[in-house]
Design a protein around this ligand. Structure first.
Ligand code: ATP
Ligand code: MG
Length: 426
């Protein structure tokens, strides 16, 4: 236990976003939301805590997430609850519960924190933010292409398009994967002496995930493994080739990565990841795929679903590498007030400015102080202009304006002229 006078610290792997960092977050969030709106996607807001059973049923018992990463606890009624490790299950749960999947099409997004008990490192945390995008009721492959186009547009708008590349694969249907699974098990059993502990376990539970192994010693073995594509029928092949044709037609480059199986069990047909080389081993900033089967697995009728999730912290790490990101100023105008009359008139005039100039960011100096010390604060605030009101100005019904970012003289203006001027220049 911490000593009495020691301050309490945050939980390892769970971070504060400090005020100086939040403009960059808001900048990225706004671009992402604007792109989603331009494709007519609607927001859905979901609980952060769900019944543990939901994740066991959807993500699968033998995945990293359910086996070792979930924050699970009993609440006061002894119900087992879990802090959501991802959003797909909760989103589908909500839509099933509210009857949104009945002969309907939905294009949805959500945003918020996810929780996984992983080893914290750069780009990998225990609480992290995801934007999730999910669509229901569409068999594709046109919607598959739309999701890729939409994410591609986000990277372009965020200025990181040249830092990421698209990896694409198809996992076929459940039946096709079963046939493949047998071939794969047979292959790995022939080389069983090469497998590590994790892979030996997966050989019994979920052999496809051996392909996902990050162990470099297995690289060659995995490279020579049989191909899923060889077990696929016409329907799966056509789905995939129509998707790749669309991407080709629209000039979206991709790499076919037949070892891309994604960590979760519920994917089928299209899967994709957007990957960067600029973040070390935490290189996937966005991952998604089709999960038609999950709808029935969670108690719904046969349906179609495809979506993706992107990790905001990894995205932010990429944005921080850019030279100039046009984040919004937090202060446009800083008001300096010196004298009792000026303090009173200043606060009134500031309200008038905010009434008349939509969106202006005006900070009023509070707590008095000399002209010099207030001016220093104005400069430090990053504001473009200082407005200066002293008792003299009040008696003349004037305000003084000083540009802070260019070398220009201070000038006295009437209040109306100030409003006119700021309207035009902010
Ligand atoms: P990884 O292979 O990196 O563990 P994952 O397959 O577990 O990723 P998903 O469940 O597909 O990840 O989550 C989608 C995205 O969310 C990831 O591509 C990544 O950007 C982000 N993400 C996942 N786990 C974390 C984490 N612990 N910390 C920060 N971001 C994460
Ligand atoms: Mg993971």
């Amino acid at each position: 236990m911490a000593k009495k006078n020691q301050s309490v610290q945050a939980i390892r792997g769970m971070h504060d976003v400090l005020p100086e960092q939040s403009p960059l977050w808001q900048y990225a969030e706004k671009i992402i939301k604007d792109v989603l709106a331009s494709y007519s996607y609607l927001e859905i807001r979901l609980p952060i805590v769900e019944k543990t059973e939901l994740f066991k049923r959807s993500i699968g018992e033998v995945t990293d997430i359910v086996e070792k990463e979930m924050y699970t606890f009993d609440d006061r009624n002894n119900d087992s609850l879990t802090l959501r490790p991802e959003g797909t299950a909760g989103c589908l749960r909500a839509c099933l519960e509210h009857g949104l999947l009945h002969h309907q099409v939905h294009r949805l997004w959500y945003y918020g924190p996810m929780f996984r008990h992983e080893r914290p490192q750069k780009g990998r945390y225990r609480q992290f933010y995801q934007f999730g995008v999910e669509t229901y009721g569409l068999a594709g492959p046109d919607i598959d292409a739309e999701l890729i186009l939409l994410s591609d547009r986000m990277w372009k708008k965020l200025g990181i398009r040249d830092k990421v590349r698209l990896e694409l694969n198809t996992l076929g249907t459940t039946e096709e994967r079963l046939v493949y699974r047998e071939k794969l098990v047979e292959y790995f059993k022939q080389h069983i002496e090469l497998l590590d502990e994790d892979s030996l376990r997966r050989l019994e539970t979920n052999p496809l995930r051996i392909l996902d192994s990050k162990n470099r010693d297995l690289k060659q073995l995995i490279q020579n493994a049989p191909e899923l594509l060889d077990c696929m029928g016409e329907d799966s092949r056509n789905h995939f080739s129509t998707l790749t044709q669309t991407l080709d037609d629209l000039g979206i480059e991709y790499e076919l990565n037949t070892r891309l199986v994604r960590g979760l069990d519920y994917y089928g047909k299209t899967v994709f990841e957007w990957v960067t080389d600029d973040l070390g081993s935490q290189g996937t900033i966005c991952a998604g795929g089709r999960y038609d089967g999950l709808v029935e697995q969670l108690g719904g009728k046969e349906n179609h679903a495809i979506g993706f999730a992107m990790g905001m912290e990894r995205l932010l790490l990429l944005l921080e590498q850019l030279d100039d990101v046009p984040v919004e100023r937090s202060v446009d105008v800083y008001m300096i007030r010196v004298g009792a009359d000026a303090e009173k008139e200043g606060i009134r005039f500031a309200e008038q400015i905010r009434n008349e100039i939509e969106g202006i960011k005006l900070q009023v100096n509070c707590g008095s102080g000399s002209f010099k010390s207030q001016f220093k604060k104005a400069d430090k605030s990053g504001a473009q202009y200082a407005l200066i009101i002293g008792d003299d100005e009040v008696s003349r019904n004037e305000v003084s304006l000083k540009p802070l970012r260019v070398d220009q003289e201070q000038k006295n203006m009437t209040q109306n002229d100030i409003i006119q001027f700021l309207t035009e220049s902010i």
